[in-house]
Design a protein around this ligand. Structure first.
Ligand code: DX5
Ligand code: ZN
Length: 223
């Protein structure tokens, strides 16, 4: 199943409730929430307090992407705020396996992300213990960048690795994805597709979401 996950980072923060409803009404289940700490990445966004506010007005699946150093310090806060899945960066954890176990202890879905310079092989020992792997297709930190095509090789390699071993894993991609290039990531094996500026900066987000779904359906992973 392919899911489009609009990233709230590119929404108009003065009307968040309306922005969220707009994508929900377009038939989207996932909402991607980018948390940045100004240390792991050179940008600061929002934290658990904002997430618990929007939790009150949305039943969407909150896919929380933590771009923060030593995320283990804050997992309980994001659980209480209403996250449905929590994804941490491999590069931000001293011991990724212990952070995975911590997130799991809350009976929460768990993901691990890798930045463009991190080899995909680092994920291999972890894939049995996580629900999703997030392959960054831009340097984390900002919306509106162009997709790095080399990241597609990592998606293909990871998809092959898990398929050969019969491991169930969602592969998420994040950064620079729009209707024109979504087919490249779905045919490479990704099934959760984050898009921020392509959706929220569009005049008609619903049409963009529809175009992305159609192109994804026309470009499936074929093994
Ligand atoms: C970047 C964030 C992304 C960002 C994507 O660090 O993780 O989720 O919002 O935005 P676009 O789709 O505009 O590249
Ligand atoms: Zn993200």
């Amino acid at each position: 199943m392919i899911y489009i996950a609009p990233s709230l980072l590119s929404a108009d923060f003065s009307t968040l409730n309306t922005e969220i409803k707009r994508v929900r009404d377009a038939g989207v289940k996932y909402l991607h929430l980018d948390v940045m700490d100004g240390a792991f990445v050179p940008n600061i966004t929002f934290g658990p307090d904002l997430i618990s506010c929007i939790r009150k007005c949305s039943d969407m699946f909150f896919d929380v992407h933590l771009m923060i150093k030593r995320p283990e310090r804050y997992i309980d806060r994001f659980v209480k705020a209403g996250a449905d899945s929590i994804t941490v960066h491999y590069e931000a954890c001293e011991n990724p396996m212990s952070v995975i176990n911590l997130i799991r202890s809350y009976e929460m879905q768990v993901g691990v992300a890798i930045s463009p310079n991190t080899p995909v092989e680092h994920l291999y020992p972890l894939v049995e213990y996580i629900d999703l792997a997030l392959i960054m297709t831009v340097e984390p930190g900002f919306g509106g960048q162009s997709m790095i095509p080399e990241a597609l090789d990592k998606v293909r390699a990871l998809k092959k690795y898990v398929s050969e071993r019969g491991i169930q894993l969602d592969i998420e991609v994040d950064g620079g994805i729009k209707p024109e290039n979504i087919g490249l990531v779905t045919s490479a094996g990704a099934n959760i597709i984050v898009a921020g500026s392509a959706i929220f900066k569009a005049k008609k987000p619903r049409s963009v979401i529809q175009a992305m779904k159609e192109s994804a359906a026309q470009n499936p992973y074929k093994g």
